[in-house]
Design a protein around this ligand. Sequence first.
Ligand SMILES: O=P(O)(O)OC[C@H]1O[C@H](O)[C@H](O)[C@@H](O)[C@@H]1O
Length: 243
Amino acid sequence: MGNELEFYGKTHSPDIRMLHDMDEVVHDQAWLRSQDNIELYYMYRDLSANGDDHKKIVDNRLRYDITIIPPAMLSDEYVKTAGHYHPAVEGHNLSYAELYQVLEGKATYLLQKAEHGKIVDVIVYEATAGDLVLVPPGYGHITINKTQETLKMANWVCRDFSSLYDPIKKLSGGAYYLLKDGFVKNPEYLSVPGIRYEEPHDYPEAGLFCGTDMYVMVKEIEKLDFLVHPQDHPEIFGQVISV
Ligand SMILES: O=P(O)(O)OC[C@H]1O[C@H](O)[C@H](O)[C@@H](O)[C@@H]1O
C-alpha cells in the first residue's frame, strides 16, 4: 500500500524487489546477513495510456515499464538493481536491446559486455531527467541511484523474453560496485577493462531525442523495431556491435 503509480489516470501496483532478492549481488555480505528484508525498488510493468495504445504495444511485441528506486545505502554501496543480461534473439547471435529514459532524479547506468566468459567492455552513463540510454545487444546492465533523491525511470523493451540473472548472481554482482568512494572492481571477475564514460545522447536514426517523453513513441511504434529485431538495425547498433 502507498506505492501505487498514476499513469494516464490509471493506478498501478508494483512488483517489489526486496533486499534479500539481491543477496548474491550485494557488496557487503556481512552487513547483508544482519539486515531485515526491506523493500528496495518498485517495478510497474506493461503500462499504457489506454486500450488502443496497449494493443499497439502488444502487437509490436513491446512493453513500457516504469521503475522507481528511492535512495538507500546497502552498507557502503549505493542502491542498485539486481542486474541482468538479455537472451539472444532466436536464430541470431545478438541479444535483445533495451531503451531507458530517466523521468525524475539521476541514474548511473553500468553496462558490461561479456564475450566467451570475459568482460570486454564496461560503459557508465550518468543520466538526468529526460536523458535516454540505449543498452545495446550483448550488454548486461545495472542501474544505480547514488543520489539522495528518488530515481524514476522508464524502459521500452521486447515483451517476449525473460531476463538472465544467473551470470551476474554467480559472480556476486556486476563487474564494478559503486561504493561511497567510487567504483571498485569486483574481484570475482578475472579480468575487467577500465570504465568508459559516455554521455547520454539522442538517437536520431530512431527518432529518439533526449528531453522528449519516450512514451510518445507509441505513436510511431515501428521506430522501436530495433528493440525486437536488433539484427535488422545496423544503423543503430553497427558501431557498438563492432566494439
Ligand atoms: O530486473 P532488474 O535487474 O531487477 O532491473 C529492473 C528493471 O529491469 C528491466 O529493465 C525491466 O524491464 C524493468 O521492468 C525492471 O524494472
